[in-house]
Design a protein around this ligand. Structure first.
Ligand code: A3P
Length: 302
């Protein structure tokens, strides 16, 4: 989006997108404006959906999936930037930049992206039995990553200070809502629907094993050397340098990578560089309460 287009949206440099609630979940206002259309989106049975809470490893998973779909052909995966290869169904910052329109115009088989919590997912995905890959990341690193992302991304609200953002995240007062409800909601759905539930930390620890899981879920069968190639091409260092995967094609007025690069650290445990001792204690106590009613567990250190 150009600065002129941002101005026509009342989104000037240093200004941020407004947000509103959809059934209790914060969303940028352009998404709220077409919510009925999003809710009524018609998925097709051969759609593959990549679902995540923001900053849980979406882009990484998208690159892995594309490499698997294209049998490890790097040039094919460089055909377009991530956001054009994978329509982000609820994303809309202007009439020209609308995930829903992009998805509707795309030939099948489509691979789509969402950050919606399960209760806001357009029902047709589950009705049509679409395969869904869900990736979850431990809350502490997810929080840190989201904070830096909101600082650099004018299409989301200004995160305020680290101290303020920390409280907003715990309260679920961030776009796409509570991390806790999101990961638990999708966890509960995974046994009822074709959902592959993955963890960012496992992908860091055993990338090849997780890539193989994704491949099998997609019904593909690739040789070991292709899997090795996929692992290399989707490593953090390679993706950071890949303009088709690092969001550097997005204008600086929207994503200012000098504030924080999209490919920031790609690590497990970076939260230790941000949390104070008091914040960590408060976080752990609150976490226990919010996560006591689930069998879902995370690791925040490798
Ligand atoms: P950090 O901010 O902690 O570095 P999403 O794609 O869901 O927006 O998630 C972005 C986060 O995933 C960022 O985390 C980014 O660096 C990280 N990431 C992207 N590609 C990665 C890769 N290949 N390996 C590890 N982390 C990756």
């Amino acid at each position: 989006m150009t600065l002129k287009e941002m101005k026509s949206l009342n989104l000037k440099r240093n200004e941020r997108m407004d947000v509103d609630y959809i059934k209790g979940i914060l969303q940028p206002t352009p998404t709220c404006a077409i919510w009925d259309k999003i809710w009524n989106f018609q998925a097709k049975s051969d759609d593959l959906l990549i679902s995540t809470y923001p900053k849980a490893g979406t882009t990484w998973t998208q690159e892995i999936v594309d490499m698997i779909q294209n049998d490890g052909n790097i040039e094919k995966c460089k055909r377009a930037p991530t956001h054009l290869r994978f329509p982000f169904i609820e994303w809309r910052i202007s009439s020209k930049d609308c995930g829903l329109d992009q998805a509707n115009a795309m030939p099948s088989p489509r691979t789509l992206k969402t950050h919606l919590p399960i209760q806001l997912l357009p029902p047709s995905f589950l009705e049509k039995g679409c395969k869904i890959i869900y990736v979850a990341r431990n809350a502490k690193d997810n929080l840190v990553s989201y904070y830096h992302f909101q600082k650099m991304n004018a299409a989301l609200p200004d995160p305020g200070t680290w101290k303020e953002y920390f409280e907003d995240f715990l309260d679920g007062k961030v776009c796409w809502g509570s991390w806790y409800d999101h990961v638990k909601g999708w966890w509960d759905a995974k046994d009822k629907y074709p959902i592959l539930y993955l963890f960012y930390e496992d992908m860091k620890k055993h990338p090849k094993c997780e890539i193989r899981k994704i491949m099998e879920f997609m019904g593909k069968n690739l040789d070991e050397d292709v899997l090795d190639k996929i692992m290399h091409h989707t490593s953090f260092d390679i993706m950071k340098k890949n303009p088709m995967a690092n969001y550097t094609t997005i204008s600086e007025e929207i994503m200012d990578q000098s504030v924080s690069p999209f490919m920031r650290k790609g690590a497990v445990g970076d939260w230790k560089n941000h949390f104070t001792v008091a914040q960590n204690e408060r976080f752990d106590e609150d976490y226990k309460k919010k996560m006591m009613n689930t069998s879902l567990t995370f690791c925040s250190n490798l």
